[in-house]
Design a binder for this molecule. Structure first.
Ligand code: 13P
Length: 274
């Protein structure tokens, strides 16, 4: 199978991007893979530490790997927002294709040092490594505290760490937005010209398509989406459950799976056409 690093190079040559979607259980995983299959898209399957705590590491890795084969889709398994090198090592041993070290809240030099250590750890596995530079608000953090990624810092960071992919702060935030975001897509272009790393847009839920398209045109290669999946799945269940006394969950869950599949199908089509 093609490495994610090679796939990012292909995307860079074509000026295109790939969707990276978080899964939480078999239902959301199958929704993502069905959408990828229907749109003939490659996709990155993301799990966070919370999902690993919920499912167990081996179940998370084996479930994703087996499902990729069953759906016959080009897909990679990625560890999203890890802050702990021990979890990263365990994920690599379990077969993850890609890991993110998030030391973005550390001072610049410390972020470099921690990221460099992860790059060295991942090298024997041939795994892709993503890091984050700048302030991208996490769930519950202030969205006002903007500190955008500076092109010169990005260059120095990538040169010092050798990281493959870089999450940049350009005005996006995790979770839904209180008001419409206004991405600094010109900044993406300036960062792209300064670094060879694949640029990543976190906080993809709730960003208007037109801004995502512009961000891709200016150099974003990976777009992360999580909140819209959780929200779509749970809201569908909330609507469906009062209408039925069915206890067979295999008859109720498919409605929520279908809803997530449809929303991701639209997003993949948009990303593919950008
Ligand atoms: P959203 O939850 O805002 O879609 O962000 C997802 C993300 O960036 C995961 O790393």
């Amino acid at each position: 199978m093609k490495s994610l690093q090679d796939y990012f190079k292909e995307l860079d040559n074509q000026n295109k991007a790939v969707l990276a979607v978080n899964f939480y259980n078999f239902e959301t995983l199958s929704a993502i893979l069905s959408a990828a299959k229907a749109t003939e898209s490659a996709v990155i399957l993301q799990s966070t530490k919370n999902t690993i705590d919920y499912l167990g590491l081996d179940v998370t890795a084996n479930l994703a790997k087996t499902a990729i084969q069953q759906y016959d889709v080009q897909a990679w398994l990625h560890l999203d927002h890890a802050e702990d090198i021990d979890l990263i090592k365990r994920a690599l041993d379990a077969g993850y294709d890609s890991v993110m070290i998030d030391a973005s809240e550390e001072p610049f030099e410390e972020n470099c040092k921690i990221t460099r250590e992860v790059v060295e750890t991942a090298a024997p596995y041939g795994a892709n490594v993503e890091a984050e530079l700048g302030y991208i608000a996490k769930l519950g953090q202030s969205k006002e505290n903007a500190s955008f990624t500076q092109p010169e810092e990005a260059q120095e960071f990538v040169d010092k760490t050798g990281v493959d992919a870089l999450a940049i702060a350009i005005g996006s935030a995790h979770g839904f937005y209180d008001k419409e975001p206004n991405l600094d897509t010109k900044l993406v272009d300036r960062i792209r010209k300064n670094t060879a790393a694949a640029l990543v847009l976190h906080g993809g839920s709730g960003i208007p398509d037109s801004q995502i398209e512009k961000a891709i045109q200016n150099g974003i290669r990976k777009i992360n989406v999580a909140t819209e999946v959780k929200n779509g799945f749970m809201n569908t269940l909330r609507e469906e459950l009062p209408k039925t006394s069915e206890i067979d969950l295999r008859k109720v869950f498919p409605k929520a799976i279908k809803h997530v599949q449809q929303l991701l199908t639209k997003k993949m089509e948009m990303v593919n056409q950008a």
